[in-house]
Design a protein around this ligand. Structure first.
Ligand SMILES: *Cc1c(COP(=O)(O)O)cnc(C)c1O
Ligand SMILES: [Zn+2]
Length: 441
């Protein structure tokens, strides 16, 4: 009792000493981020490079203090902000002057009104593709890495690392190069060449591990606990709470681009499930802040059949996700033991959405369908979301009369092998006769 009082007095003294500058801010300045709180038991700890609750081992996430925001002022401030994710800096765990720091500045990607695709799929309520292939390293991963970089800076890390299914490695390599960090990243050894080159070209160290993503992830967890990994910021392990918040910006952008309106339905790919859970968090925040009307929305999760632990659990009515050994061309989504799986199940059920999967063949068909109808060349993950959207409409699960947003999270140039059968219509000699002979006139 006495000890506690003394401790209380000591912290009061510290506060008094600091109060000339800032009395309530935590030790590191990450804007509105106030603390880390456990998603399971609510236990709060100060901001730091930790990811698991000391009480129950549950995952930690950022708790914010948004109390200072006036809705109209915030809306104006966002609209006047830069054409990247930093327009939402007041809602992210980053310092207020983040836009002046060296970072890859992703986001504000196109929300494409996909009328041709809508016609093919029979969607009448408005269909949009949020095309995140337009990010600096051509995948949505730039959003999460941009956050992790700011956290790494705040905590004094000088080396950045990650376990990756490919896109994350490229995003970390690029961001580290721009921001002046060393990077050393780990991937399964057998990824698509486009992803390997894209990860290597920025000059950081790239290590192939003989195993699948889940093996890579396990290795990184070991490295974190070893002196060899001391002082390393692993963007999706010890910086995961910060990293994950980057996905909220997808929700913010979609709503702002729809004229500050919630879509009725969103179809989101699932790897670890982090992105899907944070899109839900972002939508809830916009409602709480009064930036969008408070009405229901549905979130649908999309997987490839060859790695479908979450959709399998969803269909079986389970609350837990049984790990699988991935075997699919959708390698960016090939996480057999998804950390956020149970939360995804929860969100799909709570919002009235669903989780569905498609075969590799349907993924390829969907890539071609999106390219043919909208001029968007998606990587396999985009084939998964478009394919799942089609399947959900056919099965009467997704309502085609409602406003629907489908995510394309990566660029088809990274997964060329998936559509390798596509190529020349004809080869001709350079004269008109030959052109006519080919039946193209
Ligand atoms: C990483 C990734 C995702 C989703 O990742 P989560 O782990 O579920 O957050 C989706 N699409 C692409 C292309 C990715 O690289
Ligand atoms: Zn806990």
């Amino acid at each position: 009792m006495r000890k506690m009082r003394r401790k209380g007095l000591a912290s009061m003294a510290v506060q008094t000493a600091e109060s000339t500058t800032n009395s309530t801010k935590p030790a590191v300045d990450l804007g509105p981020a106030a603390a880390l709180s456990c998603r399971e038991c609510g236990h709060r700890v100060p901001l730091g490079p930790v990811f698991a609750c000391e009480e129950c081992f549950g995952p930690l996430e950022i708790a914010y203090d948004f109390s200072a925001h006036d809705t109209e002022e915030l809306r104006k401030r966002i609209e006047a902000g830069p054409a990247n994710i930093w327009r939402y800096a007041p809602l992210l765990p980053v310092p207020a002057d983040v836009a002046t720091k060296p970072n890859i500045n992703p986001g504000w990607t196109k929300l494409v009104k996909a009328d041709n695709l809508a016609r093919e799929l029979g969607v009448t309520g408005g269909l949009y593709v949020k095309d995140d292939s337009g990010n600096p390293t051509h995948s949505f991963k730039d959003r999460v890495v941009a956050q992790a970089i700011e956290a790494a800076r705040a905590f004094g890390f000088t080396t950045l690392s990650c376990s990756s299914t490919g896109n994350l490695a490229g995003a970390v390599g690029a961001a580290a190069a721009r921001a002046g960090f060393r990077s050393c990243v780990f991937i399964p050894h057998d990824l698509e060449q486009g992803k390997v080159v894209m990860a290597a070209v920025y000059g950081g160290e790239l290590v192939g591990i003989e195993g699948n993503y889940d093996d890579v992830n396990r290795f990184c967890s070991e490295l974190i606990g070893d002196p060899a990994g001391e002082g390393w910021g692993f963007v999706n392990v010890n910086l995961r709470p910060y990293y994950a918040e980057g996905s909220k910006t997808l929700a913010y952008e979609i709503c702002e681009q729809l004229g500050w309106k919630l879509p009725d339905q969103i179809v989101v790919p699932i790897a670890s499930g982090s992105q899907l859970t944070k899109i839900d968090k972002g939508l809830k925040e916009l409602i709480e802040l009064g930036l969008v009307e408070d009405r229901p929305y549905k979130i649908f999760g999309a997987q490839a059949e060859g790695c479908s632990p979450v959709s399998t659990a969803y269909k079986a009515g389970h609350d837990v996700v049984r790990p699988q050994k991935p075997n699919t061309i959708a390698k960016s989504l090939a996480i057999g033991n998804p950390a956020d799986g149970p939360y995804v199940l929860d969100i799909a059920r709570r919002t009235g959405g669903a989780v569905e999967d498609v075969t590799d063949e349907q993924v390829v068909d969907a890539i071609k369908l999106l390219a043919r109808t909208e001029g968007i060349f998606a990587e396999t993950a985009g084939g998964v979301t478009v394919g799942v959207t089609r399947k959900l409409i056919e099965n009467g699960v997704l309502d085609p009369s409602l406003t629907t947003v489908v995510l394309n999270t990566g660029d088809g140039l990274k997964t060329l092998d998936a559509v390798a059968g596509t190529g020349l219509t004809a080869t001709i000699r350079p004269n008109l006769d030959s052109f006519r002979e080919a039946g193209l006139a």
